[in-house]
Design a protein around this ligand. Sequence first.
Ligand code: SF4
Length: 412
Amino acid sequence: MLSKFSHSSLGTFRQCPKKFWFCYVERVKLPHRVFAHLQLGSIVHRQLATLYQQALDGKVYSREELIASYKNDWDQLDKTKLEVVAEHMGVDDYIENGSRMLGTYYDNFQPFDQGILIMAEGNVNFQLPGTNIMFTARIDRVLKRSDGVLEICDYKTGGQALPSARDASFREQMGLYQLAIQDRYPQYEDVELVQYALKYKEAVSCRFRPDELDELTEQFRSEVNQIINAERYDDWPERESVLCRFCDYAHLCPRKRHQAALESEDDPERTSAEQAAGLVDQYLDWNDKKKEAEAELKMLRKELIVTAKDLGVSKLYSSEGYVTVSVRPATKLPTRTNNPTAFAQLVYLVREKWKLEECLTLDATALLKDFYGKGKLTDEQVGELEPHIIRKDDVRVTPRRSSPATADGQED
Ligand code: SF4
């Protein structure tokens, strides 16, 4: 198990406890894969960190030098080994995107003197306030601005959509960064968090009130406790979602392994996987038939009840058998499930007002039925109970097919 938690590990558990188990408990080794979009992120982050470190020393790259240094980083990689996840993109498109992001950032922020650099690409280990839970956070940049505010920055090079300061994921990540930096530099109280969405050429910023940070701290504490409990009971359920498509452990996951075996031509389990698929088909077919039959039965049941009522009979016959339609007046009391408010009132009557000893530990509704049904309540109590009583006919439709011995109409 982890000795330190992070925004990413909590996010993995939230997405799917089973994925967390594969990744952080079982630590399954995965084949080494290098993705173009991840390389883009790390090279751009590295270049931006270099720019601010240079600014601290008073000598900054020119725009051309920055782009040349960026491209040089890509040249160190074997591009034929890079994997691309977006179908419409090639490796060169990623390189070009990163170059554009850096160029725009350079134009907007050079000479990178928005403050004094406190940290660039730094790992901060810290204790979650009021707990003994250790966290770690990788912070892209921390600046002390000329207005005295400590600015904690995060760069995003990907993203399906421009983040919003109201997004839960934005707040969780940036809140955790503030907790980390305030632990490291408690002397700074005025803190602003800024996330630069480089792809969108936008910055999203926020400040947390102390009570908001307390709330996030409580959320993180509770999530870590859920993880500790999952480990204690060895309970790591799969949580299927659209994100399974990107899960590195899908070929091992009980929810996805069969599908993977069916889709792979050379999977050793393919034959048994196909047999299992045959069972699934049969089950689905019968389940469909069952649903159709249930719908048909429901409709016939209604017609039989109406017909029996119209004819004034309680048993309808055919040459194949008969159906008994029994209609009895019934009284019911609300239950905890079907009407929690009314049920709470009943509990109050029984336990607080009438103080029926027998009801103190047992189910109030069942005992009330017993008391009410068997006339053990006083008239006053019956009067108080009356508004809670539900009166509804109890209708039963019971079919019976005649056996050959009773085909002459005698009941078996
Ligand atoms: S494939 Fe889906 S359900 Fe299975 S571990 Fe991955 S995220 Fe969880």
